[in-house]
Each structure stands twice: as C-alpha cells, then as structure tokens.
Design a protein around this ligand. Structure first.
Ligand SMILES: [Zn+2]
Length: 364
C-alpha cells in the first residue's frame, strides 16, 4: 500500500505552451512528492517468533505501525493526527475488546497498552477504527484493507492541512487541496465522521484568524451515480453527449434534488451523506467540456445542512473550479494531473514488491 502527496505549482503548469504535450521530466521538476509505504498482512498470515499469533493480531499491529509513520520530517504522525482530532471532538466509543474471547469493553487511550482483563492482551489506539470486525467470517481481508486505505488517505489529508494551517498559513490563500476520491468515510471507520467534520471547521477558523483566508479543499469522484447522472443530464437525444449545458456550468444539488433524481433516501428524513460525507456535491462542466463531480469540504456550520445549497455552503468554490479548469487542460480520462501524478508515484514501490514483502516477513 502506498499513499502519495504531490504538490504541483500551477504557475509552472501555465507556462507550458497549450499546444504541447509536456514531457514527464517537466512534471518531475515542478512537483514535490512525499510517499508513505506499508505492506499489510491479510488472512492466514502470522509472524515468525510470535507465540499464538493470529492474522488479526498481525493486521492490528501493522495498522498501528503504519499510522505511527509521518509523511514529513518534523511533523506529527498520522496517529497523532487521529488522536488529536478525536480528543478535540470529544470522541466516545462503546465497542467490545477486539480480542474475541474477552468480554471487556475496549478502552480508548493513546498508543498501545494492555487490556484490563487478566490476559492483558495488547490493545492499540487504532482499534477504534474497528477494522478487526472485517476479519469475522464472511468478510475478506480485502475489505479491512480497503477501509484502512481510505482512512489513511483522509488522515494524510488532515495531516497535510494541519501542517499548512499551523506552520505555513501564508500559503493557504494561494493553495488548493485535492483528495483523489469523495470527501466521505465508509464502513466502521465512519465513526470518525464527527471528529473529521469538527476538525475541518476548526482548521478553517484558524486559517481565517491567522491568514485571513478560508481553506480551498475538494475531492474528485471518478465514477458512480453522480457521474452517471451528470452525463445523462447533459445529453440531448438529437445531439448526443455533453450537448445540454454550456461549458463552466455549475450545479449544486440539495438533498431534495439528490433524493428525487440521483439516490433515493435509505431512511425517510435522512439526507444523502448525513452519516458519511464531509463534502458537498458539485457537478461541474469544465472549460473544455469535461464532466467533473467534485466534493467541496464542509468548512462551516451552514454546509452541514444538506437541505441548504446557498453559496456559503461551498467555500472558495471559485478558486476550486478555476483549479479544476487549469488542471483539466491536461486531464486524462477525467482525472486531474495531481491524481495522475500521485498514481505514477504510487506505482513505483510495487515494482520492488518482493523485497518489501521479505522485509515484512523478517527474511531479509
Ligand atoms: Zn480484552
């Protein structure tokens, strides 16, 4: 597993002549990259030399170790980010001990510590993600790994935002942050949603106090119902795809629209995104006529109300759409440059996969 953070200077991107396809070297020179790498064990893998080891315990330890890493020197670890956002939001958990034969409640503390029961099994702060529940019968380890991967992406994002807001606020006005994927959290880690929403609002407030600017942050959804809906909406029978709306059209669907035309409500009265999202959906047709489904971060109280789609719910939307337009000039298959670049970097360590795995298994 690799998570990458890529920084691209847009002014250098603009300097490239429009009719030229830039060489990979041009990108390498204008971007900075940090990558976080980990190999995580799945079902049936145990550690050499650990008595009575289980795949689940190995996975829990590996999860904790991965989050204990940091993406930049002299900056907090992902675990510290997780810990701090939970503490600030008054996060409460009422889950059972992850050890299947222990009937105690899990106690949430920083780091790693023994359970209160007589066996004193090792617990981890990261057990609050409840990924161990995916190790039950009927699930695959892939589910646990996917949930962990998306949680790490969100923690990296918050970790980077905290760096800028706390240590380099002067860059905030001229920076736009983008996550590859929706601004949402699914499965058992969704219990962090309240803490994430609270942290984003707090960071936005600090940004305003320190730098007089709000944060420009969005996620890009690559496929799914909203993408399909946007394509259908922008279709005319006699003229085909992308013929219904002019370039630079922005649509901000509220809950009424979403539940009627895109996704029927799961439960009456519960808006789409209530239990999962920390971003608001925006459908945008770029200056080149491409369809983008973006999620703008919920950075103020107003944006929490999915029935409200007034302009204040979409913080720095203008800057975000400008950025989408600029990067979409070099868009490949509706993916933006930083995302293509992040994938390029993420692909590198996979080539050395054999070495990483032997290191993990203690055979090197
Ligand atoms: Zn226990």
């Amino acid at each position: 597993m690799t998570a990458s953070v890529v920084a691209i200077k847009l002014e250098e991107l603009q300097a490239i002549p429009k009719d030229k396809i830039p060489s990979p070297r041009v990108f390498r020179e204008m971007e900075d990259v940090a990558a976080l790498e980990a190999v995580l064990p799945g079902l049936g893998v145990v550690r050499k030399g650990v008595d009575d080891d289980t795949a689940l315990n190995f996975f829990r330890q590996a999860t904790f170790d991965t989050l204990s890493s940091s993406i930049a020197k002299d900056h907090e670890t992902l675990l510290e980010t997780l810990h701090d956002i939970c503490i600030k939001a008054g996060f409460q958990t009422n889950i059972d001990c992850p050890m299947s034969d222990c009937d105690r409640k899990f106690i949430h503390r920083p780091g790693s510590y023994p359970c209160q029961c007589e066996r004193r099994e090792q617990l981890f702060e990261t057990d609050i993600l409840r990924l161990h529940e995916y190790f039950d019968d009927g699930h695959s380890a892939g589910e646990a790994l996917n949930r962990l991967m998306s949680t790490i992406e969100i923690l990296v994002l918050l970790n980077v935002l905290r760096f800028f807001v706390n240590k380099a606020p002067t860059y905030l006005a001229s920076s736009v942050f983008v996550l590859d994927g929706p601004l949402a959290i699914f499965g058992t880690p969704a219990s962090l949603l309240g803490s994430i929403r609270k942290e984003l609002k707090s960071l936005n407030q600090i940004a305003m106090d320190k730098a007089g600017t709000e944060i420009a942050l969005f996620g890009l959804e690559k496929s799914g119902r909203f993408k399909e809906h946007w394509q259908q909406l922008d279709w005319q029978d006699n003229q085909g795809p992308r013929s219904g709306f002019p370039e630079k059209t922005v649509i901000v669907p509220d809950d009424e629209y979403i539940s009627t035309y895109v996704k029927p409500r799961n439960k009456p009265g519960k808006p789409f995104g209530e239990d999962t999202h920390f971003g608001r959906i925006v459908l945008y047709k770029t200056n080149r006529g491409k369809h983008a489904v973006i999620h703008t971060a919920m950075l103020n109280e107003l944006s929490d109300n999915f029935r409200d789609n007034s302009a204040r719910c979409y913080v720095r939307l203008g800057d975000i759409l400008d950025t989408v337009d600029q990067m979409a000039t070099y868009m490949y298959d509706d993916a933006l440059i930083p995302i293509v670049r992040a994938h390029a970097h993420a692909a590198i360590p996979l080539k050395q996969g054999a070495d990483i795995i032997s290191t993990l298994l203690g055979e090197s």
